[in-house]
Design a protein around this ligand. Structure first.
Ligand code: XLS
Ligand code: MG
Length: 347
């Protein structure tokens, strides 16, 4: 048997936040973005996930040269801290020009803005030596179904993916599905949709998915099965591990915090498929609870990583022959009791 996989972890600077929510303002002092890089290694993380404007704030008002200069500075900061940029995602949901979506907007000028911004995002990724672009399609959807022609919208998404592949011959595109929020219904709600787009594209080897646990749960699906589907097609670019307590707003709770067994099964599927052995990161997307005091707050990141690693130990300690016996006998009652006892640490 090969040596057990050791995992590398990543998160985005937005995971260290000031605690604002839709009902109230910041509750913790701000902590400068650029000071966050020094926190990664001591917390056990080596990958940084970015939005394009995390790298280059105010990028819409800067020239190409200014953008590249700023990106170069960030590249140096990362290498000073021994960090790897995992992905850059165009933040296409903040601008006035994307209130009704970006690539799927009915307005040609909105779509032109979205494409310009995407090119700049790829330029930034290149400038910091990052090989992947994440497309979280946020406002690509509708509030009422009649607002857009959904077939045309999917054609526009495919056209965008193909243009991105043409624009840069090395980058990978990782599509991050989510079924709703901020829109009522989002296009590309599941990993199946993302992978269909990948295979329809002109170079499917460079188009994959990023699965966020909470997004799969919001679609009423089990994240471990979503991950298994992507892995079976060799299309799991990355993950955003977190948790979600039912069909509510996107909670970004600590991994395993709401449903430990659902967390365990994600780890089991990743581990059994050898995820990570080609350098893939265990990415987290977790929010500190609003009531948490301090600056910067990082306990939620530490906790999620620790829970993940405990679950790896649980997966490695499974009695595989016993599981096979239960499967052969189709005794799923016994299998379930064994799994729950195993998780509880009782014999
Ligand atoms: C939203 C996403 C987003 C992406 C990057 O839920 O997690 O932050 O991962 O655009
Ligand atoms: Mg995410």
């Amino acid at each position: 048997m090969s040596a057990p996989q050791s995992y590398r972890f990543s998160f985005g600077p937005w995971n260290i936040s000031e605690g604002a929510d839709p009902f109230g303002p910041e509750v913790r002092p701000a902590f400068a973005h650029e000071d966050k890089y020094a926190l990664y290694r001591p917390l056990g993380f080596e990958g940084v996930q970015f939005h394009d404007d995390d790298v280059v704030p105010g990028m819409d008002d800067l020239t190409a040269e200014q953008i590249l200069r700023k990106a170069g500075e960030v590249k140096t900061m990362l290498s000073n801290q021994g960090l790897t940029p995992e992905f850059v995602a165009p933040r296409l949901w903040f601008s006035e020009k994307t209130v009704d979506g970006a690539y799927t907007s009915n307005s040609a000028s909105d779509r032109a803005y979205a494409w310009e911004r995407t090119q700049k995002c790829i330029d930034i990724a290149r400038a910091i030596d990052c090989k992947a672009i994440v497309l979280w399609l946020s406002r690509e959807g509708t509030y009422i179904r009649e607002a857009k022609d959904a077939k045309v919208a999917y054609e526009r998404l495919l056209e965008t993916v193909n243009r991105m592949l043409d624009y840069d011959s090395n980058i990978e595109i990782w599509i991050e599905p989510k079924p709703n929020e901020p829109t009522d219904q989002a296009y590309v709600p599941t990993i199946g949709h993302a992978i269909a787009l990948a295979f329809a594209s002109k170079d499917h080897r460079r188009v994959k998915g990023l699965i966020e646990s909470a997004h799969a749960l919001l679609a009423g699906l089990d994240p471990s099965d979503e991950m298994a589907f992507a892995l079976a097609h060799d299309k799991l670019g990355s993950v955003h591990l977190n948790d979600q307590n039912g069909l509510k707003y996107d909670q970004d709770k600590n991994f395993g915090g709401a449903n430990l067994r659902v967390g365990f099964n994600q780890v089991r599927v990743l581990e059994e498929a050898g995820y990570g052995s080609r350098g893939e990161f265990i990415g987290l997307d977790v929010k500190a609870i609003r009531t948490q005091r301090g600056c910067p707050v990082t306990d939620h990141l530490k906790a999620s990583r620790e829970i993940f690693l405990h679950l790896v130990d649980k997966v490695r300690a499974l009695d595989r022959p016993l599981i096979e016996q239960f499967r052969d006998a189709r005794d799923y009652e016994a299998l379930e009791l064994y799994i729950v006892r195993h998780l509880l640490g009782v014999k």
